[in-house]
Design a protein around this ligand. Structure first.
Ligand code: C2E
Ligand code: MG
Ligand code: MG
Ligand code: MG
Length: 282
């Protein structure tokens, strides 16, 4: 009897696995079509000067408005795109669209996320430069966000690609700082312009808690190394005050704005002090 139920359970798991494989294949087909047919869209989240007065940049965040499943966040399809060989066309679509849309925003930076698989591709730098050229985008206005994962596997190749990309005038930010496995030595070795303190550190931060100590140390370290320090996931006025006091340069988070369509960035950039009301209320 026990044997029997074991077998049944196995069959059940097998069915589940097949279903999830099927699901993945469906998502893969759908996603390929969405990329080909220009059905993805970008939202942009403002990056704000630490006093909250000025938008200094925007981060492009990909979204998939699905006809059946609604707006799908990147966490639900980037991994599948990486697994199923779709991350290159997806990434090129994102960069091209972002450059085309952000061209009209003069004097602010455009930050674009880079997948580790995309970064390790031998044509990574060439592809980026080609898209910048084709879209007539100012490379000095572009900043690529890398995660620590890209540095581990082949540090020499990573270093070479980073030097190359920087020689073209493109900036580099280390995203999700503090969550990876790499040693702090990497910060000195690799040519970043900026670190982005991961929002998990801010999540339960009280001014006296351990997270606060970590955030303070990361900000200090970044500054000491001559990097710009951005805190992501800023949701409260209290966090804002703390981050300002410890010397962060830039802030990004729902306190100011979520990722919004390009037309909303147009509107925000026309305002003199776009977050004045939010800050006054806080
Ligand atoms: P990320 O690069 O760290 O982007 C920041 C994420 O944090 C965004 O989620 C943003 O909406 C969210 N966020 C920002 N401020 C707050 C806040 O105050 N509170 C909370 N709770 N969340 C906040 P999103 O758009 O869902 O993106 C998730 C991740 O997906 C990104 O993390 C990035 O790693 C990846 N991603 C997004 N767009 C792209 C893309 O075009 N290419 C690649 N390769 N990855 C992308
Ligand atoms: Mg990012
Ligand atoms: Mg991040
Ligand atoms: Mg993050």
């Amino acid at each position: 009897e026990a044997k029997n139920s074991g077998r049944n359970r196995y069959a059940f798991f097998e069915a589940q696995m097949n279903r999830s494989l099927q699901l993945k294949r469906m998502v893969e087909d759908d996603l390929r079509r969405a990329i080909d047919n220009d059905e993805l869209t970008l939202h942009y989240q403002p990056q704000v000067s630490v006093d909250g007065s000025t938008i200094v940049g925007v981060e492009a965040l990909v979204r998939w408005p699905h006809p059946v499943h609604g707006m799908i966040p990147p966490s639900d399809f980037i991994a599948i795109a990486e697994e199923r060989g779709l991350i290159m066309p997806l990434s090129e679509w994102v960069l091209r669209r972002a450059c085309l849309e952000a061209k009209r925003w003069k004097g602010i930076r455009l930050a674009v996320n880079v997948s580790p698989i995309q970064f390790r591709h031998k044509d990574f730098v060439a592809n980026v430069i080609r898209i910048i050229d084709e879209t007539d985008f100012d490379p000095a206005q572009l900043e690529l966000e890398l995660t620590e994962g890209v540095l581990i596997e082949d540090a020499d190749a990573a270093e070479a690609a980073m030097m190359d990309i920087r020689a073209h005038g493109v900036g580099l930010a280390l995203d999700d700082f503090g969550t990876g496995y790499s040693s702090l030595i990497y910060l000195r070795r690799f040519a970043f312009d900026k670190i982005k303190i991961d929002r998990s550190f801010l999540e339960y931060m009280e001014a006296t808690g351990e997270s606060a100590i970590l955030v303070h140390s990361m900000a200090h370290l970044g500054r000491a190394l001559g990097l710009r320090v951005c805190a992501e996931g800023v949701e409260t006025a209290e966090q804002h005050r703390f981050l300002q006091a410890i010397g962060c340069h830039e802030l990004q988070g729902f306190l100011f704005s979520r990722g919004v369509p390009a037309s909303e960035i147009d509107r925000l950039l026309r305002l003199d002090n776009p977050f004045a009301e939010i800050l006054a209320a806080a």
